[in-house]
Each structure stands twice: as structure tokens, then as C-alpha cells.
Ligand binder design. Structure first.
Ligand code: YXS
Length: 272
């Protein structure tokens, strides 16, 4: 059994992440089919561990994908695992946040290969990848306002770093999915290809990048990450933003948002 088999099979839940290396390209596959690839804590820990192992083995390029044939690439953070109302829903130590940081810090390109709909924190995960290759079935929605959940400032930076602010506001305030063509116009997608060509096109680009100088690639990726991630915010401003977020995640509306999802009904938000 290879090290990657060991990671992927260490516990049954991590069988929800496929880990393989094809032609020197690392491939991570979301396999939580029953819950539409809801991003469970254990899946995220396995993704992060797999990225660490790929880096140790100097895997130059990684592809992040869902299993073939899924209509939903990922339904986002596992809502049943969100911290109970009254606690910050997206703390720094949240396993999904740790995985986003691991993707952004990986010493080589990480490609999101997208077939199907992408929701919530999975959209942030796609934007944390370096390149997005998608087919016409792809769509993208960021949905905290459906739950009354105050997104985190780091996550907002991921969106502002990629999209014009008025588009970021429309996406967050409507929580409406954008289809593949519009996502390409907005700059979310690098390459929009027919679904029959998605895998071959993604592998071609992956092999092309894997043939380039890895140390230079790693340096350029980290330089770009540091430049885009670090925005000077005065401590007092950061504390005010955290206070605004606390008011939201301590609200009855957040409790209502979670309850409505679990009870499969529309939420009724009262602004309190
Ligand atoms: O009822 P069962 O047990 O069969 O389970 C159902 C759903 O409850 C489950 N499921 C999820 N479980 C946990 N977390 C999720 N995010 C999640 N999404 C789905 O999967 C089973 C099949 O779902 P169902 O019946 O709704 O399928 P569908 O085909 O009718 O609808 C597919 C979706 C994706 C449109 C629908 O499942 C949906 O709207 N899911 C929630 C998408 C979403 O809002 N994700 C954001 C999660 S929170 C997050 O990522 C961030 C923290 S934030 O809020 O800031 O964006």
C-alpha cells in the first residue's frame, strides 16, 4: 500500500477523498457523493494532509476535482458541522479554512477542475486554487446570507482579489448561482471547455506547468500570495469588523438560518 493509499484509507471517512498520482500530477478527488461533497471536517484534514505529502514528494502540480458524473462539485461547508450559533462559524482553526490556506501555500500550481455546481465555502476553495478549468455544467454560488452567517474577512479578500467589488456584492447579497459562461466573463474561470474535453484539457495544462522550473514557480506563487493576502488593517478596525460579525453569528437570524436548512424549509429572517 502506498503512502497515499494509507492517507486515503487511514479511516473510512477519508475514503471520501481520492488521492492519486498520474504522470507525476497529484490528483485529489472529492468523493462524499451522498452529501453532494459537503466539505466535512475529516475530508478537509485529509486534503490538507495529502497536500503536505505531495509537497514532501515534490509533486509539482495538483488537480482538485469531484468524482466524474456528479451534478454538484461541492455543496460547500458541511452545514451540520458549522459551530453552534453563538460561536464564530469560520474560525481560523476551522479545517476548511486550514485547507484553503494549504492550497494557497502549496509550492506549485493547484488546479480546480470543475464539473457541476459549486456552493458556499467550496466557491472559496475554488478561488483559492491557482487556476480554474470548468465545463459548461459549472455554476458558482456564495451563500452565507441564506444562513445568516457572517463570512470571514480573509474569505472576502479571496473574492475581492479575483472579482470587481460590485460583482462580489451581487454574488454575496443575492446568493444566486452564476452559470459557467458568466463565471468565465467575471474571471472566476480561466478556461471554459466542453465537458468531453475537461479532463484531457486539464491534464494537458497540468503537464505543461509540471515541465517548468519548480523553484521559480514556487517563488512566484508565494510572492503573489503574500502581495494579495496582506492588506494593512488597523487593529481597531479589525476589532470593529469582528464585532459586526459577532452580532450576526450571535443573532436569532443565524439560528433560524441553520434550523431552516436542517428542517428543509425557507428561513424567515427578522434582522435580530
Ligand atoms: O436530507 P439528506 O440526508 O438526504 O441530505 C441532503 C442534504 O441535507 C445534504 N446536503 C448537505 N449536508 C450538509 N451540508 C451541506 N452543505 C449540504 N448540502 C446538501 O445532501 C443531501 C442531498 O441534498 P438535497 O436533497 O438538498 O439535494 P438537491 O439536489 O435537492 O439540492 C442540491 C443543492 C446543492 C442545491 C442543495 O443541497 C443545497 O442548496 N445545499 C446547500 C448549499 C449551500 O448553501 N452550501 C453552503 C454551506 S455553508 C458554507 O459553505 C459557508 C459557511 S457560507 O454559508 O458562508 O457559504
Amino acid at each position: 500500500m502506498s503512502k497515499y493509499d494509507a492517507i486515503a484509507n487511514l479511516h473510512a471517512p477519508s475514503a471520501l477523498i481520492g488521492v492519486e498520482i498520474i504522470d507525476g500530477i497529484g490528483i485529489l478527488t472529492l468523493k462524499n457523493r451522498r452529501k453532494l461533497n459537503a466539505l466535512r471536517r475529516d475530508m478537509m484534514r485529509r486534503l490538507t494532509e495529502s497536500l503536505e505529502s505531495f509537497a514532501e514528494d515534490k509533486i509539482r502540480v495538483v488537480i482538485l476535482r469531484a468524482e466524474a458524473g456528479m451534478d454538484v462539485w461541492s455543496s460547500g461547508h458541511d452545514i451540520t458541522e458549522l459551530p453552534r450559533p453563538g460561536q464564530d462559524p469560520l474560525p481560523y482553526a476551522d479545517p476548511l479554512e486550514e485547507t484553503l490556506r494549504a492550497i494557497r501555500a502549496y509550492p506549485g500550481p493547484v488546479i480546480a477542475m470543475v464539473h457541476g455546481s459549486v456552493w458556499g465555502g467550496a466557491f472559496d476553495m475554488v478561488l483559492s486554487c491557482d487556476i480554474v478549468i470548468a465545463d459548461e455544467s459549472a455554476s458558482f454560488a456564495i451563500t452565507p446570507v441564506n444562513l445568516g452567517l457572517p463570512y470571514n474577512t480573509t474569505g472576502l479578500l479571496h473574492f475581492v482579489g479575483r472579482l470587481r467589488e460590485n460583482l462580489v456584492k451581487e454574488l454575496f447579497f443575492t446568493a444566486t448561482p452564476i452559470e459557467a459562461k458568466k463565471a468565465a466573463e467575471y474571471g472566476v474561470i480561466n478556461h471554459l471547455v466542453p465537458s468531453a474535453q475537461l479532463e484531457t484539457h486539464t491534464m494537458e495544462i497540468a503537464r505543461q506547468m509540471a515541465s517548468k522550473a519548480p523553484l521559480a514557480m514556487a517563488a512566484i506563487k508565494e510572492q503573489l500570495r503574500v502581495i494579495s493576502d496582506y492588506q494593512p488593517i488597523a487593529a481597531q478596525v479589525f476589532e470593529r469588523l469582528q464585532d459586526l460579525r459577532r452580532k450576526a453569528y450571535e443573532s436569532a437570524d443565524y439560528r433560524e438560518g441553520i434550523a431552516a436548512f436542517l428542517e428543509k424549509r425557507q428561513p424567515a429572517f427578522k434582522g435580530e
